[in-house]
Design a protein around this ligand. Structure first.
Ligand code: FES
Ligand code: FES
Length: 162
């Protein structure tokens, strides 16, 4: 057992965890942030994807202790119900979800790919980048459409940040 402290969605949080506690477990059970889903626990589905220090990470593949001192963003830290993030808005507008189980991971993955690869992503790039995210409802077509739209809409935001 040990103490971990990290920033999650801009707030400093601490907790006592076992050495083997996964970051996904810490987020869901200690912090009650259940938007981060666990679909496999074997690093295949991407439902648990969060950002750690600005990079996409499958939180079931990282120990909570490894995130000690880091800055974590979960889906709860993205947008607000009144002001959706452009990626969330595009998923809504393109019906990029069915049951919604994969959606938090898809959105965190999409934000990461747009941040890394820039705006105006093409379909092949989006499909390649989504290899680590599984949608069991198989709604990939609309997910890809949503990410493409968001990457176009975020061009202005990314250019302004340069
Ligand atoms: S729960 Fe982490 S990749 Fe599936
Ligand atoms: S919308 Fe159901 S798993 Fe993707």
């Amino acid at each position: 057992m040990g103490q971990v402290t990290m920033t999650v969605n801009g707030k400093t949080v601490s907790g006592t965890v076992e050495d083997r506690t996964l970051l996904s477990t810490f987020i869901r059970e200690n912090l009650a942030l259940t938007g981060t889903h666990v679909g496999c626990d074997t690093s295949q589905c991407g439902a648990c994807l969060v950002h750690v220090d600005g990079k996409a990470v499958k939180s079931c593949t990282m120990l909570a202790a490894q995130a000690n001192g880091g800055a974590v963003t979960t889906i709860e830290g993205v947008g607000t119900p009144a002001e959706l993030h452009p990626v969330q808005k595009a998923f809504k507008e393109n019906h990029g979800l069915q049951c919604g189980f994969c959606t938090p991971g898809m959105i965190m993955s999409a934000i990461d790919m747009i941040n890394r690869l820039g705006p105006n992503l093409d379909e092949d790039t989006i499909r390649h980048e989504l290899e680590g995210n599984i949608c069991r409802c198989t709604g990939y077509h609309n997910i890809v459409k949503a990410i493409k739209q968001a990457s176009e809409e975020m061009a202005d935001v990314l250019e302004a940040a340069e």
